[in-house]
Design a protein around this ligand. Structure first.
Ligand code: CA
Length: 228
């Protein structure tokens, strides 16, 4: 079976060639482009299954490319992995909020990037479990219908907001969510949570989860993720 078509957008030619070599070796079909303009043109004429997108590009920058790809029905479904430099957390947050799926910080090892790429492609196929299904991860079990959380078989008492927060993150293990995405994901009709309150809630939640607390990981400068 032919593997997926990957569009790589990277203006540094040696990085582009390194990615092309490694992706080809894994059997992926690769189209490499050096600018945002070319990326948009190529994505529209040969829609990719996944896009690896450098954020620092001459001309149209990566975030703009990301926004345009996510606005176009033809390219919207393709997951995007951003390539970023250290210290570009604000851009990572903006990219995730525009709909990018993940990011890798330069310099990166091709092995790490390939692992992320496989994870993103896998998640694309696997839909999140239905709202009512139990979520069992590591030694943590969440029963949304019963509003119940068990850690190593022991019942844990959570507030309604903590419960929603935990369920929201645990439904998509491995995904990084920004605070704004978490606020949007957990707010109810009758109450809302601020971005700052997310941090406070997480602290409380981790404490209550005890040995399962560390499964909620802080992604510095970006947000939170449930450990895969
Ligand atoms: Ca660049």
């Amino acid at each position: 079976m032919p593997k997926e078509h990957i569009l790589v957008v990277e203006d540094e030619e040696d990085i582009l060639e390194l990615l092309r070599y490694n992706l080809n070796k894994e059997g992926y079909r690769v189209t490499g482009v050096l600018s945002g303009e070319e990326a948009l043109r190529t994505a529209r004429s040969q829609p990719p299954d996944l896009v690896i997108l450098d954020l620092m590009l001459p001309g149209i920058d990566g975030l703009t490319v990301c926004r345009e790809l996510k606005q176009d029905a033809k390219t919207r479904e393709a997951p995007i992995i951003m390539l970023t430099a250290k210290g570009e957390e604000a851009d990572v947050v903006a990219g995730l909020e525009l709909g990018a799926d993940d990011y890798v910080t330069k310099p990166f090892s091709p092995r790490v990037l390939l692992a992320r790429l496989r994870a993103v492609l896998r998640r694309r196929v696997a839909a999140p479990p239905p709202e009512t299904d139990a979520i069992v991860l590591h030694d943590l079990a969440i029963h949304p219908g019963r509003h119940e959380v068990l850690v190593r078989g022991e019942h844990v008492e959570l507030t309604s907001t903590e419960f929603r927060l935990l369920t929201f993150l645990a439904r998509r293990p491995g995904w990084v969510f920004t605070r704004a995405q978490i606020v949007q994901g957990v707010q109810g009709e009758d109450y809302s949570v601020s971005e700052r309150a997310v941090d406070v809630q997480i602290v409380g939640l981790r404490k209550k989860l005890g040995p399962a607390g560390p499964y909620i990981e802080t992604v510095r400068g970006v947000g939170y993720r449930f450990k895969e």
